[in-house]
Design a protein around this ligand. Structure first.
Ligand SMILES: Cc1cc2nc3c(=O)[nH]c(=O)nc-3n(C[C@H](O)[C@H](O)[C@H](O)COP(=O)(O)O)c2cc1C
Length: 376
């Protein structure tokens, strides 16, 4: 029984580009390190996503999946840089669709926020400015300013990856331009000091992303989402007013949805907000960016109940709400809420043990849902 009386906007459909989502709840991209070592879909990864799809989320972003071998940051990251990944992805997307959710995939190049110990070579970035966080972990850390050939190759890698995703049945492809990874590095004056056509003013800093969006749009009618950090929370970084100029560029190129997050590695507490930041600390950022957008906007960050989601969407601050930790803690929380069984929900305690890359754990685990991804 759908609780559409209590959650009328959350349980209503939303169209993004050429696809209609059954409700407004999104599972955001979530690196878990459960893939096989060749980046293909393991049984554990399949179980992780099918549990979420059984739980009723309208759109599930799988990934992040790497678009080129040169930027692999973890040894069991999902990959979409070669055709060998496709059978597993096709199976995964079909299992998600069969359960009534729309399968999406986030495409990533880690840029300077990777580890040379994993890539085996100097990390690529718009400018040769080391990431203060990653360089502290790895004595061999080096960053290389990308040549125009590097830029062309990466642009084509994103477009090829989007084509593979669409061929495998993805309903939405998301270009990851948030959290300080390569495309965010290009977008931001904090990390981009180039003097050519890919640096300088906002138009040039956005150029690689608009070329990727446009290249995907030229080939595919699949819905395109772009994830940005609406505020990087670093000195000299992007803040919401910067997006007044950037968002129309993305829309003109073909963006169908804007997914608004926050933070880069130096402001990690903004990527996965701890309890000290309170509830829904980034809603005002999403709301501000929504003023500049005509496409649907998704908000994220410590949104832990459908009550909160309903209040955010019905007050016009976003069109969609992404819930990460809440759904990992209880993959069934959307369906339970819509059925009026909120008291049955296992709640996230925001211990942030799931951020395995900060705890030194090899893969994601959840302290209140230790069975996450468990294969029966
Ligand atoms: C384990 C983990 C992995 C994540 N991986 C990604 C990722 O691959 N791509 C991305 O855009 N965000 C990633 N994030 C950020 C989440 O998508 C989300 O924005 C963040 O957890 C805040 O939402 P929440 O408060 O609902 O958990 C990750 C977060 C966690 C905890």
């Amino acid at each position: 029984m759908i609780n559409s009386i209590k959650y009328p906007t959350v349980s209503s459909a939303q169209t993004i580009g050429n696809i209609t989502l059954p409700n407004r709840i999104v599972f955001p991209a979530w690196q878990v390190n459960y893939a096989n070592t060749d980046g293909t879909i393991s049984d554990k990864l399949m179980r992780f996503y099918t549990d979420l799809a059984d739980g009723g989320s309208g759109l599930i972003f799988t990934g992040a999946a790497v678009v080129s071998q040169e930027c692999v940051a973890f040894d069991r990251v999902m990959r979409i840089d070669n055709d060998g990944c496709m059978p597993g992805l096709e199976h995964l997307f079909s299992e998600i669709s069969m359960r009534g959710s729309i399968p999406g995939i986030q495409l990533i190049h880690y840029g300077r926020q990777a580890a040379k110990s994993v890539t085996g070579h100097d990390l690529l970035a718009p400018s040769a400015i080391p990431c203060p966080v990653m360089s502290g972990f790895d004595p061999a850390y080096r960053v290389k300013e990308m040549t125009l050939d590097d830029i062309r190759r990466v642009r084509n890698d994103f477009i090829d990856a989007a084509r593979r995703a669409a061929d495998c049945g993805a309903g939405v492809v998301e270009v990851h331009a948030a959290h300080g990874y390569l495309l965010n590095e290009f977008l931001s004056p904090y990390s981009n000091r180039r003097g050519d056509g890919y640096g300088g003013d906002p138009y040039n800093r956005a150029r690689l992303i608009t070329e990727i969006i446009g290249g995907i749009r030229d080939e595919l009618d699949t819905a395109i989402s772009v994830r940005v950090s609406g505020n990087e929370f670093v000195d000299g970084g992007l803040t919401p007013p910067d997006f007044e100029e950037i968002i129309p560029l993305f829309e003109d190129a073909g963006m169908d949805m804007l997914n608004v997050s926050a933070g880069v590695y130096e402001s990690m507490e903004r990527i996965v907000p701890p309890t000290s930041l309170g509830e829904t600390p980034h809603i005002s950022i999403a709301a501000e960016l929504k003023n500049f957008a005509t496409v649907p906007v998704c908000a994220v960050g410590s949104i832990f109940s459908l009550d909160m989601a309903e209040s955010i969407i019905s007050s016009g601050r976003s069109d969609l709400v992404a819930m990460g930790r809440a759904q990992v803690a209880d993959p069934g929380m959307v369906k339970k809420s819509l059925a009026g069984d909120e008291l049955e929900i296992r709640e996230c305690v925001r211990c942030n043990g799931c951020t395995f890359w900060t705890t030194g754990d090899p893969e994601m685990y959840c302290s209140v849902n230790p069975k996450t991804g468990e294969v029966m």
